[in-house]
Design a protein around this ligand. Structure first.
Ligand SMILES: [Fe+2]
Ligand SMILES: [Fe+2]
Length: 473
């Protein structure tokens, strides 16, 4: 299978699409529907070109090319990472056997479901972010938004390719449904809760790309382990693109914290709302919200589905091959914390296989802590005592053990009254959201930036901050 990308055909690809006329025709039939969806649900702001990166090869280095592109002309395509010769199943009951190039009949429904759920998140985020271009704090940020959006569109292509190529008529129907469901729609919402929340302002966008795109990283990382090789290879390549989305989130929050810290020093008060900055307690509330809705994406702490996916070889653990155990887990157990009705936490021993969602979530949580550490270092460098933190994983949850309990950010189980009384200290209030929204005035002049956020330390692809990242109409 060639790994060079064919940009001459209607759908750029490195999967030799031209050799499979039926599949090519089917995908060419889906393409105009995708473009329609992009026109209706994609970014709102008109422009004459965005400095975007486009994949040119899937190899280790030099896979991206940068140029000004008219966004609707972006070449969305199908790119799989290079195959690993003689790759073997790394876990579960098929461990050691050659990986699969076709879908085994007994796993068809489960694999299709995993692909549809992942695929559904990709266009959802584009829909959630569609109005943000109207209030971008700089051309640099605007360019990053478009980059994230076009790549989420491409991730949709990645999943649709698998559905079309390996799941027959049902797969084609699911591919249509991915364009039919919409974020926040009352009748046909996106499958997962976090993808129906609106991303109403740029602080929410940075938090989303930090916390929610990072959930994507861990989901893709576990699907990359899959015995179904085409899924593994497509997730490998998606992970490369995903890294940029998280960079946007990490440095985005860095820049908000930096600017707030500067204003606190300058005016010698934490109450910087009047000087047009975002107070640290509002940043903390945004962290609390975006982190906890992202935790919900990992599903229930115990899950027989997750156990079955693992045993079947469909979905592995994060960095499966680096784990030092038998990769079957049939005899292992773990302890997990559980909230009880009497307001105490208990420990329960459960089979490791049933606790795989928790395993992935724990990997995610330790990764999330790195961001908080860097943001606190910025505060420390400015001589500010305030510290940001991740709330307890039981806080504000709608999925898993903690749903149905009222748990404070420090992990105390409280009654409803106490929860309601504390809520406005912990989660963004309508006033907080309105205030942050009031700061979101677009800045479209080259080299200029909104007053609530610091400029980036580095530009894109070595370009300076005042580069014309977006040519506006
Ligand atoms: Fe994605
Ligand atoms: Fe992403």
């Amino acid at each position: 299978m060639p790994t060079n990308i064919d940009y001459d055909s209607k759908i750029p690809n490195n999967v030799a699409l031209a050799d499979d006329r039926r599949l090519q025709r089917a995908l060419e039939g889906w393409q105009p529907k995708f473009l329609n969806w992009w026109g209706e649900m994609g970014p709102e702001l008109e422009n004459q070109g965005v400095y975007l990166r486009t994949a040119v090869s899937v190899g280790r280095d030099g896979w991206a090319h940068f140029d000004h592109v008219n966004v609707p002309d972006y070449r969305w395509g199908i790119f799989l990472a290079e195959p690993t010769p003689d790759r073997r199943v790394a876990f579960g009951e098929h461990k050691g056997q050659p990986v699969w190039q076709q879908v085994p009949g007994e796993y068809r429904a489960d694999l299709q479901r995993l692909i549809v759920v992942q695929g559904d998140t990709e266009p959802a985020s584009v829909e959630q972010q569609r109005l943000l271009g109207l209030s971008a704090p700089s051309l640099y940020d605007l360019r990053n938004l478009f980059q994230v959006n076009v790549e989420e569109g491409r991730h949709l292509w990645a999943m649709v390719y698998l559905l079309h190529a390996y799941f027959g008529r049902e797969g084609r129907e699911e591919a249509e449904a991915l364009l039919y469901r919409n974020s926040g729609s009352p009748d046909s919402p996106r499958i997962l809760g976090a993808f129906n929340e609106e991303t109403a302002d740029w602080l929410a966008f940075y938090m989303f790309t930090y916390f929610t795109d990072r959930d994507g990283k861990y989901q893709l990382g576990s699907l990359k382990e899959s015995a179904f090789d085409p899924l593994s290879r497509t997730c490998s390549f998606m992970l490369k693109e995903e890294a940029h989305h998280m960079m946007v989130g990490t440095t985005g929050v860095d820049r908000v914290v930096t600017r707030s810290a500067q204003l606190i020093r300058e005016h010698d008060t934490l109450d910087i709302a009047a000087c047009g900055g975002i107070p640290l307690d509002i940043i903390q509330k945004y962290i609390n919200f975006h982190y906890t809705v992202s935790l919900d994406l990992f599903g229930s702490e115990t899950s027989t589905n997750a156990a079955n996916y693992y045993t079947a070889g469909l979905k592995g653990r994060w960095q499966e091959e680096r784990r030092k155990d038998d990769h079957r887990l049939t005899d292992d157990s773990v302890f997990m914390d559980k909230p009880e009705g009497d307001g105490t936490w208990s420990q329960e021993e459960v089979p490791t296989l049933l606790a795989l969602n928790l395993d992935l979530r724990d990997e995610y949580i330790s990764d999330c802590k790195n961001g908080v550490t860097r943001w606190n270092r910025i505060l420390e460098d400015h001589g500010i005592d305030f510290r940001l933190r991740l709330p307890h994983p039981g806080f504000n949850r709608n999925v898993g053990f903690a749903s149905g309990h009222h748990i404070t950010p420090d992990g105390t189980i409280v009654d409803e009254q106490t929860w309601e009384a504390g809520r406005h200290h912990w989660l963004p209030t309508t006033e907080d959201l309105a205030f942050v929204r009031s700061l979101m005035q677009p800045v479209y002049e080259r080299g200029k930036i909104a007053q609530w956020v610091a400029p980036p330390v580095n530009g894109i692809n070595g370009k300076p901050f005042d580069y014309e990242y977006v040519r506006l109409v």
